[in-house]
Write a protein that binds this ligand. Sequence first.
Ligand code: BGC
Length: 766
Amino acid sequence: MRNFLLMMSIGISVCSCSGEKKEIYKDPNAPIPARVEDLISRMTIEEKVGQMNQFVGVEHIKSNSASMTEEELKNNTANAFYPGFTEKDIERWTEEGKVGSFLHVMTLKEANYLQGLALKSRLQIPIIFGIDAIHGNAYAPKNTIYPTSINLACSFDTTMAYTIGRQTAREMRAMNMQWTFNPNIEVARDPRWGRVGETFGEDPYLVGLMGAQSVKGYQGDFNSTEDVLACIKHFVGGSQPINGTNGSPTDISVRTLYEVFFPPFKEGVEAGAMSLMTAHNELNGVPCHENDWLLTDVLRDEWKFKGFVVSDWMDIEHIHDLHATAENLKEAFYQSIMAGMDMHMHGIYWNEYVTELVKEGRIPESRIDESVRRILDVKFRLGIFEHPYADEAESMNIRMCDAHRETSLDAARNGIVLLKNDGVLPLSASKYKKIMVTGINADDHNILGDWSAPGEPEDVTTILEGLRQLSPETQFNFVDQGWDPRNMNPAKVEEAAALAKQSDLNIVVAGEYMMRFRWADRTDGEDTDRSDIDLVGLQNELIKKVAASGKPTILILINGRPLGVEWAAENLPAIVEAWAPGMYGGQAIAEILYGEVNPSAKLAVTIPHSVGQLQMIYNHKPSQYFHPYVNNKPSTPLYPFGYGLSYTTYDYSDLKLSASEIAKDGTVNATVKLTNTGSREGTEIVQLYIRDRFSSATRPVKELKDFARVTLKPGESQEVTFKITPDKLAFYNKQMQYGVEPGEFIVMVGPSSADDVLLKESFIVK
Ligand code: BGC
């Protein structure tokens, strides 16, 4: 009897005792489509509409209620407070089976608690818990925090993207979370935009590969309790917003959508992504959240997307209250659902208005069934019906386990880019006995990056700690500049300047502030856009004053968006771009500074000189710099896409093509010889670019089409061969038809996208 009750309570009974038709949906051995249809046939309209709705976790609401004034509570929606309703209402709706999903549930305890409420409902449909696990499940406490996506992209290591996805999935399931709102596969094209660090950079090909491997890592075979649902986002165009501000309108031609912004999403769909999030912004005059062309014509009809579409935070509401293309909320819900929306993030009124719309006959019930079918299919496939809870006792055996910590460290070592080195690096402990360390990011957990909860001291190695651990014989003198770039103390800058003179070498750790638990103080991250890309506050002054000591001064950058550090690039002997390198970032940086690790990463995004140079991308069109600026500003970036230094040197030679002429459907191999000409083992990221020389519609001056990570010992050589297949030559011609046009193609191979370092050959397509 006890066992039977247990089975009932976790919702796996296979027959009904009341003599009704067999509950196929509760049978784990029944085919999933049969389970879905059986369950849908039992659901009321209210329950179906509820499955399409999401709420933020009750603890989140409680903490907001505690921290906000009565006035704020009445009017504020941005912090997920539901005016007029309390967490008790949400708990009741959950018990009534009218909530399909929660987000921002930060603890396993709360997830299990809410799941318990859902399982009290009539049909016992479990909740799917979604969270922004952007670089590990870092937003929830006590999980492995990996480097952020822009750092990962700079490693060009797609296997690492897969591994991190897999490990994150296991840690999430150990917290009873089954859905990550990641990967962000927007193509970053404006560094003013605060979310660049969440992306894989500016190149559609690299973004597509990294995104696809992340999806595969998260989802695995998509049939076990070690898999989670991936969410490719944000569809589409928000990474090229007018003025660089998050969610502002985007006006992008259909050609540019198909050439630049769509490809990663198409690859994400092909990699099997089972959810997609729409973008805040309007696209060419139509908000993405009600854009039938995007959500139905392109996504479903063209790409055959099988998963479900979720809105972004209150963005269906914004169709009415911001974009003003719906006269009221009910109309906004109507437009969004009819365009192809499946789930609402998040809030009240949805259940009431959408139910009314169905009962009034405006939204056919069959349209609602489509969405519910997609959502339930995912819940069945992820085994949530059979495993609605996670085990508290087991959880910490998986989260932050040694293997995951090791991956985080390895990823950081692979993703940190050495931008400049006049020979001062790697540091010699015997030469530099006294080192001053300063800067806002020198001893702060900000290295964890956006979408991280503050870490426990024992789980994070700051840069200062990393240096002290690695070189105990060195005297590191720390001048604390606080964590807040906007509120630096001029006296502390002077103190650092004075101490710099007495040191053998100085390290300034500058950059942005990204931790969201101090939301209003950040300078980089979501909703944190800037009208320039300079260092904030007294940071430049600090760098200049420390460098004025005449002692070698090294700059380390911790940031998400590219920073135009022109002065440092001209005047300092070494610069390291570490992005947000995660929980062991301090160790990885110290290992690179001291040469225990040979840096190998290359920029996944161009670093412009200044904001005036925007849009500075490597794959621009041929006419972009025909007329140079008249104010003596260069038309080349500060550091180009694909660029990054190593402690060894490489020689590229003997670029050969296997054919000088091919047919339209033919292939050609490009082979290059790479030699490690330095004195250290190293990993080089060999890049292949292609240009279509003459074409019916304009083509970029070069496009990344392949790359390889090659590890060589000193003196060792290796031939690297890239296969150039028709898909690497095809494009949308003048009539927007996709295919290969005859003519000359230039093949370029080398260590970065800079024109003067690339070997070139060409071939003809007949
Ligand atoms: C962001 C999304 C995120 C969601 C849930 C929104 O503000 O744009 O990327 O997934 O919040 O946290």
